[in-house]
Design a protein around this ligand. Structure first.
Ligand code: SME
Length: 165
């Protein structure tokens, strides 16, 4: 697979439709989790220009920063803390139109204005990581973004990441 994205279309829906099959091709046959998550984060940032895109991976009793694209971020988040820890604890997507209105939001950057966090589940239904996408604009994510991010995270949950580290 050539490591080049070909994104046609102008609307986000068109871009998701172009991107998702290319993500699948990019990760097919690669069993290293860091490698796949790194390319997924890069592809999402490159396609949409989001302010911050990345993964927090469940490790023991915390979320630990994984592959990401964007400014420096905090490295560890406890269950129930911030948007990421809440998504993990409640095992569901959290869409935050205005981070200042979210109690306990962890401000890694004051430029982050809205965000969405989507959990990835293993076959047993446990959360293995979360995808965090942040925008420097208020109210940047809607139900359509949520649908596509959930589709991407459901697919990530099916990847063979036997070569995890
Ligand atoms: N805002 C997140 C923390 C992670 S960063 O923004 C990259 C949260 O509240 O969980």
């Amino acid at each position: 697979v050539a490591e080049t994205l070909h994104i046609t279309g102008h609307t986000r829906a068109e871009k998701y439709a172009a991107l998702i099959p290319q993500l699948r091709a990019l990760c097919a046959g690669e069993t290293n989790r860091i490698a796949n998550l790194a390319n997924i984060a890069a592809a999402l940032r490159q396609t949409f220009g989001f302010f911050w895109v990345g993964f927090y991976v469940v490790r023991n009793s915390e979320l630990v920063l994984g592959p990401f694209q964007g400014p420096l971020a905090c490295t560890r988040i406890a269950s129930g803390k911030g948007v990421c820890g809440t998504s993990w604890k409640e095992k569901k997507t959290i869409l935050v139109p205005d981070v200042e209105q979210f109690p306990g939001h962890i401000a890694c950057s004051s430029d982050s204005k809205s965000e969405i966090v989507v959990p990835v589940f293993d076959a047993g239904g446990a959360v293995t990581m979360v995808l965090d996408v942040d925008s420097d604009q208020l109210n940047d994510f809607d139900a359509a973004d949520q649908k596509y991010f959930e589709e991407i995270c459901a697919w990530i949950g099916t990847l063979d990441h036997g070569d995890e580290r």
